[in-house]
Ligand binder design. Structure first.
Ligand SMILES: O=C(O)/C=C/C(=O)/C=C/C=C(\O)C(=O)O
Length: 285
């Protein structure tokens, strides 16, 4: 298989739905019968490619088409100020994308905000969802154990307000459990991504000022989800506490939870090999 590249798989789609009128960037990888849509987290400079670069090829090689959608306000997608539920806003954009691509049913794999988005989409369009993989996200709401906003989210919001390399390092150093993989090159690439779109940074801060609760608590509706669901968490997650994973698995009837020890907020990256094997097993059985 020729190596997949961000540039070689980069595409745009125009989504128009009510007041939404947005150019949305996505990467389209592989050609399988079944499609997995990967949804990234809400950190500054995040993108589908940045979040999932260790997970795309194994799924494509196993015969899946993989779509990475960049949510409005991230990467090369148009910017937006979100004054309501960002989880539902992203879900509407995702609906526009799967309609445009003529995809009847997709599996959703979401990281953090991507997990919130996947749940919002499933609650509104359940017939369009195959299986769900939720990592470090799936619903907002408070933790009974951890003071919120968590230390990670405080650093993330601070980085949006003051996008410096120092603040980026502070955030990334508690993002993962083992920081030895965080190279200067990785920090620089992420900083470049952030600074390339100052409008995204300003709009995220404006969104928080308009509505601090961008990700609503879906706890009371989780029982409606019929999709087979794999919940994955890092025991050392300092952004979205692990008990959110317990709430998800308690609420979603057909769900299971895997907790990685020695793992922060990026299970798909920190434990990529095991994560990929587990996801493939889950999607194919
Ligand atoms: O506040 C929440 O519930 C969600 C937070 C995030 O989505 C944070 C995600 C950070 C990343 O995954 C990233 O790559 O920046």
């Amino acid at each position: 298989m020729t190596a997949l590249t961000e540039k070689g798989t980069s595409k745009f789609v125009h989504i128009q739905d009510g007041e939404l009128d947005l150019n949305i960037h996505y990467n389209d990888c592989g050609q399988g019968q079944e499609t997995v849509v990967m949804l990234h987290g809400s950190g500054p400079g995040a993108s589908g490619w940045a979040n999932f670069n260790r997970n795309i090829e194994p799924l494509v090689e196993a015969g899946f088409r993989v779509i990475l959608m960049d949510c409005p306000g991230w990467s090369k997608s148009d910017s937006i100020v979100s004054t309501g539920s960002r989880s539902d806003l992203n879900a509407r954009v995702l609906k526009g994308l799967v309609d445009k691509l003529d995809l009847d049913k997709v599996h959703l794999l979401g990281n953090s905000m991507g997990g919130h988005t996947a749940v919002a989409f499933t609650l509104t369009w359940p017939e369009r969802v195959g299986k769900l993989v939720l990592m470090g996200g799936g619903t907002g709401g408070v933790s009974p154990f951890v003071s919120m906003p968590s230390e990670g989210i405080k650093l993330l919001n601070g980085l949006y307000r003051e996008p410096t390399i120092e603040n980026l390092k502070k955030m990334m150093n508690i993002f993962v459990y083992d920081t030895s993989d965080l190279t200067e090159e990785l920090f620089q690439a992420r900083l470049d991504n952030m600074l390339a779109r100052k409008d995204h940074l300003e709009n995220f801060t404006a969104s928080l000022a308009a509505n601090l609760k961008q990700f609503p608590d879906f706890g009371h509706r989780l029982g409606e989800i019929q999709a087979q669901t794999l919940v994955v968490w890092g025991r050392n997650d300092r952004f979205v506490p692990m008990d959110t994973g317990l709430r998800l698995v308690a609420g979603i009837p057909n769900s299971q939870l895997h907790i990685f020890n020695k793992c922060g907020h990026w299970a798909q990256w920190e434990h990529a090999d095991t994560f990929n094997r587990m996801v493939l097993d889950f999607l194919t059985h």
